[in-house]
Design a protein around this ligand. Structure first.
Ligand SMILES: [Zn+2]
Length: 513
């Protein structure tokens, strides 16, 4: 007997096929063999009874992927909790153990259910499956979110949706048309330990599932990074480092993905296949689970940048993103605005992943009541990031970088008490507007009072602005160059802006030359 599960180009179902493959491969014995290629998973069964028994045991062993252990430190008790993103209903706990309503995940009925499903799969029939289109004999279960979370998003089903008990969707015409193979596949995806997740209690969970047009590629990619994830962690599963139980705590979805790639390039030895496309799935808290689904496609060039940084032992997430803070200008109370810090870190992560240099620069600008700040090490890491992200491609070298940094210090000093100068530079839309902003900065520098000049000594170096003007003239017909140069200037000005607070106090030994 041969069971064939084809690729459906549906991110949930394809990851589920890969999950089944993984489970079957781990449990493979003389009763069956399993192989995966670009287009399908093929199970060849020689002893049907023993095969069903083995799959039942394998699924039972994997149940731990659906739960986390919660320890009550006061009582010293350990209790199972269902992970928040799992869309399988649970009944009252039985002596601290989660009791799933789905028969497949109820330890007492797993073996029997698996047997029943495969018996149905082995029969031929004439009904058509709504998910895969294949003909089948009889459904195992109705179509529900537990087996296919995007059930409300199937085009042919919209319009026939109705509510029952306030939360259960039912589909009068089609909901019975789920073949037992798709039921088993879909429901098995909860056993996937290759999903990256982040849960904000009371709000939502965000899940990342890789998208591939080859099942074999998908399997290779997931195999290569599984060890970076800690499935026993309830809220977030990217390990601080391989082998560690501790997990990272990124401030948002994009920082989660950026954090993942940092670990991937640092930790994974054999990067045979590198996934670039992801489905970002948002599962809300609350009774009605309307799942949001977004696709994120990354470019090769951005991944190469993260890779290049890691080869130079620079962590894009730990060494840059999590080292950026929003400081209050007036530090009577707490020095850092943590909410805004989290928001900025998330925006910066998204800008990097989407290769949006403009948005990256904008997020570093000072805002009302405060500014972004960094440690010395972070500044160097950031500088290196900007160099390989943009300057290298613009044909600029280390010497040009020095000029831009020097101009940045000058702009920062001029804008310290006149932030509108920095905002104007940031808003400049073309070469002329940029030249105009630079002229205003020069005038401001020329008009500085003696004590200001004294205070900012070492920061102000007007010839650097002249050099920038020359660069602009040389590339005046290249609007992309001009835009990138502007954003680079904004970034370095913002970085230097944060240092001005410390001059006079710490004597960091800044010299502008
Ligand atoms: Zn089907």
């Amino acid at each position: 007997m041969e069971i064939k599960l084809p690729i459906l180009n549906d991110v949930w179902m394809d990851n589920a096929v890969e999950t089944l493959y993984r489970i079957l491969r781990e449990t493979q014995n003389s009763s069956f063999s399993v192989k995966i290629d670009n287009n399908s998973l093929i199970i060849t069964v020689t002893d049907f009874d023993k095969f069903k028994e083995s799959v039942g045991i394998a699924v039972k062993n994997r149940r731990s992927n659906l739960i986390a252990i919660n320890e009550d430190k006061n009582l010293g008790e350990k209790k199972e909790v269902k992970k928040d993103y799992i869309l399988i209903q649970e009944g009252a706990k039985v002596s601290g153990k989660v009791a799933f309503k789905e028969e497949l995940y109820n330890e007492k009925s797993t073996a029997e259910t698996i047997k029943e499903i495969f018996d149905l799969i082995s029969k031929e029939g004439t009904r058509n499956c709504i998910i895969c289109g294949r003909q089948f004999f009889k459904p195992m279960k109705k179509l529900q979110q537990a087996a296919y979370p995007f059930v409300t998003k199937i085009k042919s089903l919209s319009g026939v949706r109705s509510y029952k008990d306030g939360e259960v969707y039912s589909f009068k015409e089609y909901f019975e048309d789920l073949c037992p193979t798709c039921y088993l596949t879909g429901i098995s995806e909860w056993l996937d330990d290759g999903i990256i997740y982040r849960t904000v209690p009371g709000e939502k969970s965000t899940l990342f599932l890789p998208r591939f047009n080859s099942l074999e590629g998908l399997a290779k990619f997931k195999d290569s990074y599984r060890s970076l994830l800690n499935k026993s962690s309830r809220y977030r599963n990217i390990r601080v480092k391989e082998g560690s139980e501790e997990t990272e705590n990124p401030s948002g979805s994009f920082s989660t993905l950026l954090c993942f790639y940092e670990k991937f390039f640092f930790g994974v030895d054999k990067k045979e296949v590198i996934g670039k496309s992801w489905a970002m799935m948002e599962v809300p808290f609350g009774a009605v689970k309307n799942i949001k689904l977004n696709v994120i496609d990354l470019t090769e060039s951005i991944l190469l940048i993260i890779k290049e940084l890691s080869e130079d032992k620079i962590s894009i997430y730990k060494g840059i993103i999590t080292e950026i803070f929003f400081f209050y200008d007036n530090t009577k109370g707490a020095p850092v605005d943590w909410d805004l810090t989290g928001e900025i870190r998330e925006n910066l992560s998204e800008s990097i992943l989407r290769d949006d240099f403009r948005s990256f620069a904008k997020n570093l600008l000072p805002r009302k009541g405060g500014h972004v700040g960094y440690s010395n090490d972070t500044r160097l890491n950031l500088e290196y990031l900007i160099y390989i992200w943009r300057l290298k491609g613009m044909g600029l070298d280390e010497e040009n970088l020095k000029i831009i940094k020097s101009a940045g210090r000058t702009i920062a000093a001029a804008s310290k008490n006149h932030r509108n100068l920095l905002y104007k530079l940031d808003k400049a839309k073309d070469k002329n507007a940029l030249l105009d902003a630079l002229r205003q900065i020069s005038r401001r520098i020329a008009g500085l009072k003696v004590e200001e000049k004294d205070k900012f000594r070492g920061f102000i170096y007007p010839p650097a602005l002249e050099d920038i003007v020359l660069l602009l003239e040389r590339h005046e017909s290249d609007s992309k160059f001009i835009e990138d140069l502007k954003n680079t200037l904004v970034i370095f000005s913002c970085v230097e802006f944060s240092r001005l607070d410390y001059i006079g106090e710490k004597k960091e030994g800044v010299v502008n030359e």
